[in-house]
Write a protein that binds this ligand. Structure first.
Ligand SMILES: *Cc1c(COP(=O)(O)O)cnc(C)c1O
Length: 420
């Protein structure tokens, strides 16, 4: 299948090209040219996760990856479980945090790492990525030790948890993480500006592991199919999805699965007070405000970079879908967190934003995505619920790690120096 540039639709490329050059002309983002309804959804949902993921991804990548290679990549990338846990009569949580960095970003990033190591073929590649917390750990752990790949991670100083920081600092010699004295939007802008420098891009083989890379979005479709597969067949048309959202990559992947035929009834992008999208849907005016820090800091984003994709998919829906973004305050997040802990479900702020947004009718089947393990937000969560979390031995090793953050200013020339 070909992929087209949303800004310059005449630019069409193969999967391999868009993985290696994720930004098109005029900084346009790519989407698959045709996402058509699958005729055999129920049959697909009968398959096990790896087989089904192979069938889905194959639709998009078969011209660049043979079946055997794709199977091997999928087996390596998706090596953890995805339970759907019941919380209430009709509320469920899809736990996406059982991967090595304890966040759902492992799905997209691990598959992307497989793609890059497959397509790079000896040529040196430098991954430059901005993270609001979770991408960094996922990237560091997906790429560590891969030959011919250097990784540079930019994160906002003091705006991520110490566990997140430990997951991405001192991981291995090919991984470098820098603490930028600014916010996530500053980090994202630095990355974008580096990609504008064509000479730099070609000299160091610059590539982004951010959610603008289409390989990540494709990989993320697989867990929506897995969620639906765990819903009883007679309830599948009543599924309401609540997706904790920042850059809207997760929502974009969900919209693609709707286009492929998953029968979602309603989709709720759940934002914190950084509510550019909920306000846009209400007022039709795009007016980002300065980013405000919240407890769900991986979603502290006011310029969601995947929004053009989501909007395109919404404007080309072939079946009805109710799309209802909401904004949840920290007070509401805390209320939900306390109630869940009291009830016996140990969770964290991002998941709470999604659960709080699920406002269900009796016959609906609500699924909130849980995008992170509570341990990633240990300090915040423990002080809010006023008790200590149980920590497995494997996680304790990470918590005990000593690191010294490498600070840098919001300065493009400095970032370029590190890359050369
Ligand atoms: C990245 C992230 C999100 C937001 O996902 P997007 O695809 O950027 O909308 C939500 N929760 C957590 C824990 C994350 O790391």
């Amino acid at each position: 299948m070909m992929f087209f540039n949303l800004k310059v639709p005449s630019q069409k490329c193969h999967f391999k090209e868009v993985v290696l050059n994720p930004l098109g002309k005029e900084q346009g983002l790519f989407l698959p040219c045709d996402i058509t309804m699958l005729p055999n959804i129920d049959e697909l949902l009968e398959l096990d996760f790896l087989e089904r993921s192979f069938e889905i991804l194959k639709l998009f990548v078969s011209e660049d990856l043979d079946d055997l290679t794709l199977k091997k990549m999928i087996t390596r990338a998706f090596n953890f479980r995805i339970p759907l846990v019941q919380i209430d009569k009709n509320k469920f949580v899809l736990e996406l945090f059982h991967g090595p960095s304890l966040a759902f970003k492992d799905f997209g990033v691990r598959f992307l790492a497989q793609c890059l190591s497959e397509f790079g073929q000896g040529r040196k590649i430098t991954i430059l990525t901005a993270t609001s917390g979770d991408t960094g750990g996922a990237v560091a752990n997906a790429f560590v030790g891969l030959k011919n790949v250097d990784v540079v991670i930019l994160y906002p100083l003091g705006k991520i948890s110490s566990f997140q920081e430990k997951l991405m600092c001192n991981v291995g010699p090919n991984i470098r993480a820098y603490a930028v004295e600014g916010n996530f939007d500053d980090c994202q802008k630095l990355v974008k500006d580096c990609f504008d420098d064509q000479k730099l891009v070609s000299t160091v083989g610059l590539n982004s592991a951010n959610s603008i890379n289409v390989a990540r979005l494709l990989a993320q479709m697989t867990y929506y199919f897995e969620a639906m597969a765990q819903v009883p067949i007679e309830r599948r048309k009543e599924v309401v999805l609540s997706i904790p959202s920042g850059n809207f990559g997760n929502v974009t992947a969900a919209l693609m699965t709707h286009a492929l035929g998953l029968p979602f009834k309603k989709m709720i992008p759940a934002c914190n007070v950084n509510d550019t999208v909920p306000r846009f849907i209400q007022t039709k005016i795009w007016s980002p405000r300065p980013t405000r820090p919240t407890l769900s800091n991986a979603m502290d984003i006011s310029h969601p970079n995947n929004w053009p994709r989501a909007l395109y998919l919404l404007n080309t829906l072939k079946r009805p879908l109710s799309f209802c973004p909401v904004s949840i305050s920290d007070e509401q997040t805390i209320e939900t967190l306390l109630a869940l802990w009291k009830w016996g479900y140990e969770t964290e702020p991002h998941t709470c934003v999604a659960l709080r947004s699920l406002d269900l009718k009796d016959d609906e089947f609500g699924i909130a995505l849980s995008t992170a393990h509570p341990l990633k937000f240990k300090e915040d969560v423990e002080s809010l619920v006023n008790c200590k979390m149980k920590v497995s031995r494997e996680h304790q090793v990470i918590l005990d790690k000593k690191i010294i953050p490498q600070k840098i200013k919001v300065d493009l020339s400095e970032v370029k120096k590190f890359l050369m």
